[in-house]
Design a protein around this ligand. Structure first.
Ligand code: ADP
Ligand code: XUL
Length: 539
């Protein structure tokens, strides 16, 4: 019997899933989650993010993630499981965020004192107290500068998988090097959240993997190595500050002495961490082409596996590396769960009453549309926050509940067309995938069957499967991904939600009106009121 641990450090929480594999018998032996704001109020985060006067700035405290890691290991230690059988650990983390360490880190990582908490030992190693995270959109000028320097948006997208995006690590690093050159100079190593936490576990600077590396605008997708023109265009002397890139799910070390002494853990293999979306891809079982997954966590993301990297000509989406060594297409929306919560709270609802409202309001919402941009939006790029409403009274509870859910699903359907996947089924994951009334709208908008999965936290599950795959491959050479995910990623048999043909027909029309509203709000199209009135009359 062997145990494999997957950790997921997301925006709002740290989760863990421990898999037990005993011959052909496989099960989840332990599952736990720590919500950052509740467990560590002394950092003053809201939904895991530090307060900021500028709505385009989003940072988090890297020490909070360390405290969470320690607390999780303590929970594991107290679980009563036989942890001497722990064979490997891997992890998943929110993508794009970066952590800045000084030259002291290289030796300190190997020599943490097991009698003292880790956060106080990591504190002196940070050259920057905060980590910019994926919700940041303060770097538009840096994006333009990087694209110009490498020969344009198209070139950057073809080489790295994405045009320049505000939250991607290159633009964030450039911002620091321009606006706080002294801090940049005092930085010896820039980690992603994933490679930072992996480094703490293995006691030396850990490499990152291509799945997370492709969220930086710095990695050549074809070679999975740093693309020198992008590195040179981002900041001075950057090459020496970046970690190396390892093969996906390769063993990059063992659990360091700190964790062994402090929590009685064995010298388990440490398998390269990845981003939460690449981990979710395998955690929902998308190891073959032709299906889509939608994750509704803090962000909403639509993604699918790709054998070949088909870059998005419209500049909306991304191509990332996948843990399987293939690629994945992804479109990300910042206004995910927090936008739904905003509407829920505005009208004093709970999730059950929010759902009940969805059930009794008509599809198409009488031609009333919301562009749910409560926070600056990633897809499409919207820097000035504020929901835009068409024919919708801001005080109308029923109308706004339906409008936020329909608006989000229509936006996801519209902006995932570039992936060119004929969708007949969708695997839904993330916290909001528990809500079957939201999933019914998804099924109707996409015209596809929607399934829920046995294990809700697909990113943590994907990380645990990555640990399993990495350990087996390093010991015995080979194991197909189909074999790795077997038994863990089956959709729940009775979870299927089918599209209703009449509702689907309404959304086939409404998506064009949604696109017209979006174009109008972005200053790229005419006022759509007349079209909305005509649509409402035909309902
Ligand atoms: P992340 O991994 O990005 O931190 P999760 O995938 O854990 O986020 O999802 C957390 C979110 O799930 C919460 O912000 C909450 O809004 C949402 N959520 C939980 N239960 C429901 C529900 N019944 N209906 C809709 N959303 C829900
Ligand atoms: C993906 C993205 C988000 C974060 C959230 O590009 O920015 O999904 O990974 O954790």
């Amino acid at each position: 019997m062997s145990l494999y641990l997957g950790l997921d450090s997301s925006t709002q929480s740290l989760s863990a899933i421990l898999l037990e594999v005993d011959g052909s018998r496989r099960r989840v032996a332990f599952e736990s989650s720590i919500a950052f704001d509740e467990a560590f109020p002394h950092y003053g985060t809201r939904h895991g993010v530090l307060p900021s006067d500028d709505p385009t700035v989003a940072t988090s405290p890297p020490l909070l993630w360390v405290e969470a890691l320690e607390l999780m290991m303590q929970r594991l230690q107290r679980s009563g499981l036989d942890l001497s059988q722990l064979a490997a650990i891997s992890g998943s983390a929110q993508q794009h965020g970066s952590v800045y360490l000084n030259a002291g880190a290289s030796s300190a990582l190997a020599n943490f004192d097991p009698s003292r908490p880790l956060a106080e030992q990591v504190k002196p190693l940070l050259s920057r107290e905060v980590a910019p995270i994926w919700m940041d959109s303060s770097t538009s000028s840096e994006c333009a500068e990087i694209e110009r320097a490498v020969g344009g948006e198209r070139t950057l997208a073809e080489r790295t998988g994405s045009r320049a995006f505000e939250r991607f690590t290159a633009a964030q690093i450039r911002k620091l090097s321009k606006r706080d050159a002294a801090t940049y100079r005092s930085t010896d190593r820039i980690h992603l959240v994933s490679s930072y936490l992996a480094s703490l576990l293995t006691g030396r600077h850990a490499p990152l993997d291509p799945g997370d590396g492709s969220g930086m605008n710095l990695m050549d997708l074809a070679t999975c190595q740093w693309w020198q023109p992008a590195v040179d265009s981002t900041a001075p002397a950057l090459a020496s500050k970046l970690p190396p890139i390892a093969r996906p799910s390769s063993v990059v070390g063992t659990l360091s002495g700190y964790w062994q002494s402090r929590f009685g853990l064995p010298a388990a293999k440490l398998v390269a961490w990845s981003g939460d979306n690449p981990c979710s891809l395998v955690g929902v079982g998308l190891v073959r082409e032709g299906r889509l997954a939608i994750s509704m966590g803090t962000s909403d993301t639509v993604f699918g596996l790709m054998r070949e990297p088909r870059v998005d000509a419209t500049g909306t989406g991304h191509v990332f590396g996948a843990p399987t060594g293939d690629y994945m297409g992804l479109t990300c929306f910042k206004n995910g769960s927090l936008a739904r919560e905003r509407v829920r709270d505005e009208f004093g609802l709970s999730w059950p009453t929010f759902s009940e409202t969805l059930r009794r309001t008509p599809p198409g919402n009488g031609g009333r549309i919301m562009l749910p941009w409560f926070e600056p939006e990633i897809t499409p790029t919207v820097l000035a926050p504020g929901a835009r409403r068409y024919g919708l009274d801001p005080g109308d509870a029923d109308g706004n509940v339906r409008a936020v859910v329909e608006g989000q699903q229509l936006a996801m359907a519209l902006h995932s067309r570039w992936m060119n996947v004929k969708v007949d089924s969708i695997h839904a994951t993330g916290g909001a995938a528990a809500n079957r009334d939201i999933l019914q709208v998804m099924a109707d908008v996409f015209g596809a069957a929607v399934y829920q999965l046995q294990v809700g936290n697909s990113a943590a599950l994907g990380a645990a499967l990555q640990a399993f795959h990495g350990a087996i491959v390093s010991d015995s050479g080979r194991m197909s991904w189909e074999e790795v995910v077997k038994d863990f990623v089956e959709p729940l048999a009775d979870s299927k939600l089918s599209p209703d043909p009449a509702r689907q027909a309404i959304y086939d029309d409404l998506i064009n009106l949604y696109a017209a509203c979006e174009a109008h709000a972005l200053g790229k199209g005419p006022e759509p009121s007349e079209r909305l009135t005509a649509f409402a009359a035909g309902l």
